[in-house]
Design a protein. Structure first.
Length: 121
């Protein structure tokens, strides 16, 4: 997928929930990409009742961006419960890591313009 779509989110929140035995693996993977060692917080939750890792993207975007994401095979959900300030949610590990590579970080993010991104893969 072209990185161009990654700059089309007007606002974006990256959130993670993991089982305790998978937390260190997530921390290490995130640190390897970002150079940041993250600790559990409101956007990185360790939950013993999780089956594995849930890597979520909550976002606002125009209709064309949402349609493009759906056409690319992502399940875009309308979300109003957990984070009512965002219109949409995608729960997809591959897209989550692509966005981290692109420059987005855990928590609230504003749009990253293509000219200033530091995408590595």
């Amino acid at each position: 997928m072209s990185n161009r779509i990654y700059s089309q989110f007007t606002e974006l929140l990256l959130e993670v929930e993991v089982r305790p035995n998978l937390a260190e693996k997530f921390i290490n993977q995130y640190a390897e990409i970002t150079g940041l060692r993250v600790a559990p917080n409101e956007n990185f939750l360790i939950q013993p009742n999780k089956w594995g890792r849930e890597l979520r993207i909550y976002f606002d975007a125009d209709v064309m961006t949402v349609q493009t994401l759906v056409a690319l095979g992502y399940k875009v959900e309308k979300r109003f419960a957990r984070h009512p300030e965002y219109q949409y949610r995608i729960n997809n590990q591959g897209l989550f890591w692509d966005l981290v590579h692109y420059g987005y970080r855990l928590g609230i993010n504003n749009r990253i313009q293509p000219a200033i991104n530091n995408c590595k893969k």
